[in-house]
Design a protein around this ligand. Structure first.
Ligand SMILES: Cc1cc2nc3c(=O)[nH]c(=O)nc-3n(C[C@H](O)[C@H](O)[C@H](O)COP(=O)(O)OP(=O)(O)OC[C@H]3O[C@@H](n4cnc5c(N)ncnc54)[C@H](O)[C@@H]3O)c2cc1C
Ligand SMILES: NC(=O)c1ccc[n+]([C@@H]2O[C@H](COP(=O)([O-])OP(=O)(O)OC[C@H]3O[C@@H](n4cnc5c(N)ncnc54)[C@H](O)[C@@H]3O)[C@@H](O)[C@H]2O)c1
Length: 494
C-alpha cells in the first residue's frame, strides 16, 4: 500500500447491499460488531429496482382487472383496459425512481457504514475498492478494506445471455430492461420458459405487446408441478401469447430498430424487442475470489451456518443468490439472518457474548436460529403469473426421487365455497404431497387468483412437521378460499 492509499478497518465487511447484504449487516451489527457494507450500484439491489418490486408493480393491474371482471356488480364498472402510463408511473414510485437515498438513510440509522465502490478480494479478509465514476460519494481509488473478524459476500447474481451468434450485439433486454422500460414495444420475443419469462410474458401482454415465447424444452416453469405449468401455459395462450416449445434461437441480428431471431426448427421471427430470460449466474465473476483459491463465476458453496466451505480460517461467509442455494429474496433474507446471527455469536464480545451466544451457536442443531435448515425442507416460491402459482417444499417427483413413499392429494379450488364468492368461474388447483410414513405434508402447490396468499399455511405445516391428524384441528374460516385445507384433508382420508 502506498502513502496515498486509505485503509478502512471494521470487524465485519459485507460486500453487496442488496436485500440480503442489508439483512446480514443489520443482524451482525446487533451483536455490537462494527460493520461496513460496500455497494457498487444502488443500496437495495436487484429486488428493489429491477426485479421483485417493479415486476410485481407491472403485473398487479392485470390481476386486479381480471379479478373485477370476474365479479358481476363490479365488472360493469370496468369500462376500459390497463392504463399503461399509470402502470409505469406506479412502477416508478415502487423503485423510488431508481434513487436509493431512502435505503442509504436506513443503513445510517441502523449504524452501518456505507462505502460506495466495487470491492475485490486481494487476500484473506482484505479487499481493494474501485470507485464507480458515476458515484459522487464513492471511496477514493485504491482504498483498502480490511475485516478484523469476518467478510460476508452478498453480491447476488447477473443474467446469463446465451452464446447465440449475434444476440449480444442486438443488445437484447434482460430482466433489468424489462422491469424498468419507459415504453412498451409493439412486439416482444421472450427467450426462456422460467419464472422471469412467464411473469414478463403476462405483464407485457397486459400492456399491449404481441408476445412470442421461445421455450427450448416441452414445458414452462420446469421446477414446479407439471399441472401448475400446464395451467399457466393454457392461460398464457388464452391471453394471446404465442408459445413455441422445443425451439431455440440460433442467430440474431438487429436492423432498423427491429430484431430478427432465426429459429432452430427453421424460419425466423421479427420483433421490436427480445427479452433474454435464460437464468442467472452468481456474482463472483469480478470479485477477485481467485485470490482465495476459488474459481470466479462459480457459486460460493456454504454450509448451513452460511460459512463458505472452500476457504480456511472460518472468516468467510456468503448468503443470497451468490451461493446458488437460493434464488428468491425471502429465502436469501432468511439465510442472511442466519449468517448475521452466526457472525455476531462467533465474533462479538458484546451483549451477545454475555448471553452465551457463542456456546449456543457452537452447539447449534438443525432448526436452531443459527442453521438455515428450511433451505432443505421448505423453500416457498410464487410465480406471479395468471393464474398465480405458489409452491413450497418438494414436488411429488422430487419427493419420490428422495426415496419417500408419497401421495399427491389434489382438490379443485373452483369447488370451494369461498372461491365461488371470490370470483365467478374461479379456476385453480390445490395439491399436497403427503409422506404417509410420517403422516406429514412435505410439499404443496396452489394455483389460482391470489394463490400466493394460500402458501404460508403450507410452509408452516411443513416446517412444523405437523401431523395430518393435528392439522385436522386447524379449522379454516367459512367461506374463504383457505377452506381448501379441509377439503384436502378429507381427500387425504381424514
Ligand atoms: C425479474 C425478477 C423478478 C424477481 N421477482 C422476485 C419476487 O417476486 N420475489 C422474490 O423473492 N424474488 C424475486 N426475484 C429474485 C430476487 O430478485 C433475488 O433473489 C434477490 O434480489 C437476491 O438478493 P441478493 O441480495 O442476494 O442479490 P442482489 O439483489 O443482486 O444484490 C447484490 C448487490 O451486490 C452489489 N455488488 C455485486 N458485486 C459487488 C462488488 N464486487 N462490490 C460491491 N457491490 C457489489 C450489486 O450491485 C447488488 O446491489 C426476482 C428476480 C428477477 C430477475
Ligand atoms: N416471483 C419470483 O419469485 C421470481 C420471479 C422472477 C425471477 N425469480 C428468480 O430469478 C432467477 C432467474 O429467473 P429465470 O426465469 O431467468 O431463470 P430460471 O432458471 O427459472 O429459468 C430459465 C429458463 O431459461 C431456459 N434456458 C436456459 N438456458 C437457455 C438457452 N440457452 N436457450 C433457451 N432457453 C434457455 C431454461 O430452460 C428455463 O426455462 C431465478 O432464481 C428465479 O427464481 C423469482
Amino acid at each position: 500500500m502506498n502513502a496515498e492509499q486509505q485503509a478502512l478497518e471494521y470487524d465485519v465487511v459485507v460486500v453487496g447491499a442488496g436485500a440480503v447484504g442489508e439483512n446480514v449487516a443489520d443482524r451482525a451489527g446487533r451483536g455490537g460488531l462494527s460493520v461496513v457494507i460496500v455497494e457498487d450500484e444502488l443500496v437495495g439491489g436487484e429486488c428493489s429496482y429491477w426485479a421483485c418490486m417493479p415486476s410485481k408493480a407491472l403485473l398487479r393491474p392485470g390481476a386486479v382487472l381480471a379479478g373485477a371482471r370476474a365479479v358481476p356488480g363490479a365488472s360493469e364498472a370496468v369500462t376500459g383496459g390497463i392504463d399503461t402510463a399509470a402502470t409505469l408511473a406506479r412502477r416508478d414510485r415502487f423503485t423510488s425512481d431508481w434513487d436509493d437515498a431512502g435505503q442509504a438513510r436506513w443503513l445510517e440509522k441502523t449504524g452501518i457504514d456505507l462505502v460506495r465502490g466495487r470491492a475485490r478480494f486481494t487476500g484473506p479478509r482484505e479487499l481493494s475498492l474501485e470507485p464507480d465514476d458515476a458515484t459522487l460519494d464513492a471511496a477514493p481509488a485504491g482504498t483498502v478494506l480490511r475485516a478484523r473478524r469476518a467478510v460476508v459476500v452478498a453480491t447476488g447474481s447477473v443474467p446469463v445471455i446465451p452464446p447465440v451468434p449475434g444476440l449480444a450485439e442486438c443488445e437484447p433486454w434482460t430482466s433489468r430492461e424489462a422491469t424498468s422500460a419507459e415504453t412498451v414495444p409493439a412486439s416482444l420475443v421472450v427467450i426462456g420458459g422460467g419464472v422471469v419469462a412467464c411473469e414478463m410474458a403476462v405483464a407485457y401482454t397486459d400492456l399491449g405487446a404481441a408476445v412470442t415465447m421461445l421455450v427450448r424444452g416441452d414445458r414452462l416453469l420446469d421446477r414446479m408441478e407439471p399441472f401448475a405449468a400446464q395451467e399457466v401455459e393454457e392461460s398464457l395462450m388464452e391471453l394471446g401469447v404465442d408459445i413455441r416449445f422445443g425451439v431455440e434461437a440460433v442467430r440474431a441480428a438487429r436492423q432498423d430498430g427491429r430484431t430478427t431471431v432465426e429459429l432452430s426448427q427453421g424460419g425466423s421471427i421479427v420483433a421490436d424487442q427480445v427479452l433474454v430470460a435464460t437464468g442467472r449466474r452468481p456474482g463472483t465473476g469480478d470479485l477477485g475470489v481467485e485470490a482465495l483459491g476459488l474459481e470466479p463465476g462459480r457459486p460460493l458453496a456454504v454450509d448451513d451456518a452460511m460459512q463458505v466451505t472452500g476457504v480456511e480460517g472460518g472468516w468467510l461467509f456468503a448468503a443470497g443468490d451468490v451461493t446458488g442455494r437460493t434464488g428468491t429474496t425471502h429465502q436469501g433474507k432468511y439465510d442472511a439472518r442466519v449468517a448475521g446471527d452466526v457472525v455476531a455469536a462467533r465474533f462479538s464480545d458484546g451483549p451477545a457474548a454475555a448471553e452465551g451466544a457463542a456456546a449456543e451457536e457452537r452447539a447449534a442443531a438443525p432448526w436452531s436460529r443459527y442453521r438455515a435448515t428450511a433451505d432443505h425442507a421448505a423453500v416457498p416460491q410464487v410465480a406471479f403469473t395468471r393464474p398465480e402459482v405458489s409452491a413450497v417444499g418438494l414436488t411429488e417427483q422430487e419427493a419420490r426421487a428422495a426415496g419417500m413413499a408419497v401421495r399427491a392429494v389434489r382438490y379443485d379450488l373452483g369447488n370451494v365455497a369461498g372461491a365461488s364468492v371470490a370470483a365467478d368461474g374461479y379456476r385453480g388447483t390445490a395439491q399436497l404431497v403427503v409422506d404417509d410414513a410420517r403422516g406429514v405434508v412435505v410439499g404443496a402447490t396452489f394455483t389460482g387468483p391470489d394463490a400466493a396468499e394460500l402458501l404460508h399455511a403450507a410452509t408452516i405445516a411443513i416446517v412444523s412437521e405437523a401431523p395430518l391428524d393435528r392439522l385436522w384441528h386447524a379449522v379454516p374460516a367459512y367461506p374463504t378460499v383457505s377452506e381448501v385445507w379441509l377439503r384436502l384433508l378429507e381427500t387425504a382420508g381424514l
